[in-house]
Every structure is written in C-alpha cells, then in structure tokens.
Ligand binder design. Structure first.
Ligand SMILES: [Fe+2]
Ligand SMILES: [Fe+2]
Length: 210
C-alpha cells in the first residue's frame, strides 16, 4: 500500500511529465514519422499549429482526468485497462507536442491551469462513484472524437503529418470511450453533453492562440 507521501510524489511526477516540455516519452512512434515533410505556407503552418495546440491541451486534460480518477475511483476490475488508456494518452501528448515543435510552435501557456481543473473534475467524479467517473471518461472521449473529426477536415490539405497523428488518436479515443462505457460508465444525457461542449469551447478558443 502506498503512503500518502508516495502518492503525492507520483502525482507530482505525472504532472511534471505532462507539463514540462519534452519530459514525456511515447511508447509508440508518432504516425507523422512515416510521412515525408511537405512545405506549408506561413498561414497554413500557423493554422495547423493552432489546431495541434488545442489537441495537445486536450491530451493534457486527459492525463489530468485519468490521474484524478486513479486517486479516488475504486475501478476494481478495470484499473489496468484505465492505466493502459492513460499510457496511450501519453503517446498522443508526445505526438502532438512533437508536431507543434515541427510546425515551429509550442504548447499552450494555459496548460497548468487546464491540468489543475481537469484533475479536480477527475478526482471529484471518482469520489462520487465509479459509474460517474467512467461516465466522465466516456463523455470526454466523445467530445475529443468530435474535435478530432472537425480538425481533420480543417487542417491544411497538405499537412498529412498532423492528419496522420489525429487519425491514430481518433482510433484510440473511440476505443477508450467504448471501454469506459463497457466498464459501467454512465452515459451522460444530451443536456449534460451540451454543457461539456460549452466548457470545451473555452479551451479550444483560448489555446488556438496561446
Ligand atoms: Fe488522447
Ligand atoms: Fe483517450
């Protein structure tokens, strides 16, 4: 059994891995590495970077949500599955970060704020029940899939590298959503989803720029 101090140190390590540039390493190579570099105009590069910055912050939120959940939810049967999902989120985080640097940009300066807020939500939901906690994961993954679909059509046509990253992420997120629901996650009603969409707009509009 881990002591409170052990847990706090692990949490701090995880937060730093997520928030410190180039601190995390992926277990799978980025899908972007399989493709040749294509020249983008300045305008295209800036737009692609804005979208990838949003996706990167989404992954920061995912890390925090899973970390918060792991501290409070019981997850008796699905702890390993959730850990596996969280590991895949690290891949996404690293891929988006690498792509941002390749596009000559950097992650959002607002990430520590979004990490903190998502951690509190994840831990809070886990305190209430596993059903709510897993429901939050499913609802979040659902929102992420919607964003990814949108971004894949909005990316500059020639930015196939970013598109390859988002395509693999979409496959993984859809799997995470199905897993959370199968594990007993509560399927949020439409009005709740609408509120979540509203909140996520705050994140997407701010991190596109900074
Ligand atoms: Fe992800
Ligand atoms: Fe996910």
């Amino acid at each position: 059994m881990l002591s409170f101090i052990d847990k706090a140190v692990l949490q701090l390590d995880r937060a730093l891995q997520t928030l410190v540039p180039r601190a995390a390493t992926s277990s799978r190579p980025s899908p972007a590495l399989l493709l040749d570099d294509v020249e983008l105009t300045d305008k295209e590069r800036k737009h692609a970077a804005g979208l990838m910055r949003i996706n990167h912050t989404g992954e920061v939120c995912a890390q925090a949500l899973y970390a918060g959940q792991a501290t409070t939810a019981k997850l008796a049967k699905v702890r390993q599955d959730m850990q596996h999902a969280a590991d895949e989120e690290i891949d996404h985080l690293v891929w988006c970060e690498q792509r941002l640097y390749d596009l000559g940009s950097q992650p959002s300066i607002l990430n520590p704020f979004f990490y903190g807020a998502s951690f509190v939500i994840g831990a809070g939901a886990g305190l209430v029940s596993d059903k709510l906690s897993l429901g939050f994961v499913a609802a979040t993954e659902d929102q992420v899939c919607t964003h990814l679909d949108k971004h894949m059509t909005e990316l500059p046509k020639s930015d196939l590298k970013s598109k390859a990253v988002l395509t693999q992420m979409h496959t993984d997120e859809a799997k995470h959503r199905a897993m959370a629901l199968q594990a007993g996650g509560y399927e949020f009603p439409q009005p709740v989803m609408a509120v979540m969409t509203h909140i996520s707009k705050v994140m997407t509009t701010t991190t596109y720029r900074i």
